[in-house]
Design a binder for this molecule. Structure first.
Ligand SMILES: [Zn+2]
Length: 521
């Protein structure tokens, strides 16, 4: 199963090298100046729409050249192509009759980013018949070369080019390291030079994969010994966190990369480091870069060789390409991000995820105050794209980060309100603030509450009579009460013996739950 998108490459009748790009609609504003003052720059991409299935497989009346040569991968008769084309051309104020022949230019199956089904893209190419037809102000003619220049010579706040045109056209223009990777591997290269390979990992729902990010600039061997860089290499990979069963695949990837390899880990969670052992086995010269708080938590079984400690602001040189380390605590206390300077892409580790919000790990120095500070730091960088380690890339970085800040501030206000209304224990606050949320999520919610209360204390917002030390001491009683209420809600108990048995189970669960249930991926 997959969702399908139709992307249209509409060629300029006066200039065969040019095609039409459409300014993309940004996500809705928040209605609050605090967030709406942060605006992502304009994003230009191929006009596109979702492709609907049609049930009677009737001929759409539009002949698509070359459709036969892709028939093993996609059967276009299953889709309402005519409706799709009408919708796309409407966006750019043209009609199907304004265009000559249509050709199926490319069909791209998405890698397993999740959550949900992959989104596969059908690229149809056509040319306008009349050279005198003008396009409206939200469109512009661009060539592949000019798109590539925009993508590789970026300045923060400049206009941006989206992934459809990159995957559909731009990546074909240049030599990519991705071509050396195993042919069966599913990946996405966006922006050019930033290769994402979602690999199956022990991560938490709704995701199943961790993105392995690969930088391997072509034909550039770095011989520079400029000591202003913390590390030099010919290739770099970020967060090799695939499960043991996929180590063979990781081994094949490492075998395709240059020997002078830098391994960068954003933090120590298992779904980000599980592949380290196989890397040091197949390339003992690989150089590991990590924060010292991360390194403390990585076992010798995963990495027994030396490493270079990073703390933020260091530059790394990979095949002549500069990447800057950004200290980004919040998710954990050793969490770091990486900025690819030439494409202005920010690899954010688990600070953000492709969908929903990221959990903070209270057992590894997760900190709400630092999470907020890191979010603002990321916004100030004005990245062109956010690359999280789970899910798809995000094309509206400021909007996404502001959404996180807004949701967390709103949650924090509810917690403060509950406290002002007399809630003193962790259970009281969680029961009040998360009353509409399934009890199975309350354990994670309790960690979140503790982190928010610490942040409220840091802002000096808590009522004077409220004792934060007292609240932290109610952690164990929270687990007992939560376990009992959870078991009672799942298994209604009438018999006293069973009630005692349930309490015994609760006691056992307490110890285990304290550690495991609050530990995010
Ligand atoms: Zn994590």
């Amino acid at each position: 199963m997959a969702t399908h998108v139709l992307a249209v490459i509409l060629k300029n009748p006066s200039n065969d090298a040019q095609f039409l790009l459409l300014k993309q609609n940004p996500p809705p504003k928040f209605g609050q100046d605090e967030y709406d003052s942060y605006v992502d720059s304009d994003l230009w991409d191929l006009p596109s729409t979702l492709l609907n299935l049609q049930h009677n497989h009737s001929n759409s009346g539009i002949f698509i050249q070359a459709a036969q040569s892709f028939s093993q991968n996609i059967d276009l008769t299953k889709f309402d192509v005519q409706l799709g084309l009408n919708r796309v051309l409407e966006q750019v104020s043209f009609k199907v009759s304004d265009v000559g022949e249509w050709t199926l230019f490319k069909y791209v199956e998405e890698a397993e980013f999740g959550p949900g089904f992959p989104v596969n893209t059908v690229f149809l190419m056509g040319k306008l018949l009349d050279a005198n037809q003008n396009c409206h102000g939200l469109c512009k003619w661009m060539s592949t070369e000019s798109c590539l220049n925009w993508l590789l010579e970026v300045k923060p706040c400049n206009d941006r080019v989206g992934p459809l045109v990159v995957v559909g056209l731009v990546n074909d223009l240049k030599q990519s390291a991705a071509r050396k990777l195993p042919p069966t591997l599913r990946y996405q290269e966006y922006p050019p030079g930033v290769i994402l390979v979602p690999m199956r990992s022990r991560t938490v729902k709704p995701f199943h994969t961790t993105n392995l990010v690969i930088f391997a600039p072509e034909n550039v061997s770095d011989t520079s010994e400029d000591c202003s860089f913390v590390s030099h290499g010919d290739a770099l990979i970020v967060d090799p966190g695939c499960r043991h069963e996929y180590h063979e695949e990781l081994k094949q990837i490492v075998a395709c990369l240059p020997k002078k390899l830098i391994v960068f880990v954003t933090h120590h969670h298992r779904d980000h480091v599980e592949g380290l052992s196989i890397i040091q086995k197949c390339n003992p010269n690989a150089m590991l870069l990590a924060h010292e708080n991360t390194m403390r938590r990585i076992g010798k079984g995963d990495w027994s060789l030396g490493y270079t400690s990073i703390s933020g602001e260091e530059d790394i040189l990979v095949g002549g390409q500069r990447l800057t380390v950004i200290f980004a605590p919040g998710h954990t206390d050793g969490h770091v991000a990486l900025l690819d300077v030439s494409t202005n892409s920010l690899i954010v580790g688990d600070h953000c995820v492709g969908q929903g919000s990221a959990a903070l790990d209270i057992t590894s120095g997760g900190n709400m105050t630092e999470y907020f500070q890191t979010s603002y730091k990321f916004i100030e960088l004005s990245p062109h794209v956010l690359v999280s380690m789970h899910g798809r890339v995000n094309l509206w970085p400021k909007n996404m980060l502001c959404g996180y800040l807004k949701n967390r501030k709103s949650r924090e206000e509810s917690i403060l309100k509950a406290i002002e209304n007399g809630a003193e224990t962790l259970f009281d606050i969680v029961a009040n603030v998360y009353s509409g949320v399934d009890h199975s999520f309350w354990m994670a919610a309790a960690s979140n509450v503790r982190l928010h209360v610490d942040h409220l204390a840091w802002q000096k917002k808590l009522p004077e009579e409220f004792s934060i030390q007292k609240l932290h001491k109610t952690w164990v009683s929270f687990i007992l009460r939560w376990t009992c209420s959870y078991l009672s809600s799942r298994f209604p108990i009438k018999c006293l013996k069973l009630k005692i048995f349930s309490l015994l189970i609760a006691g056992i669960v307490v110890g285990v739950a304290v550690y495991y249930s609050v530990k995010p991926a």
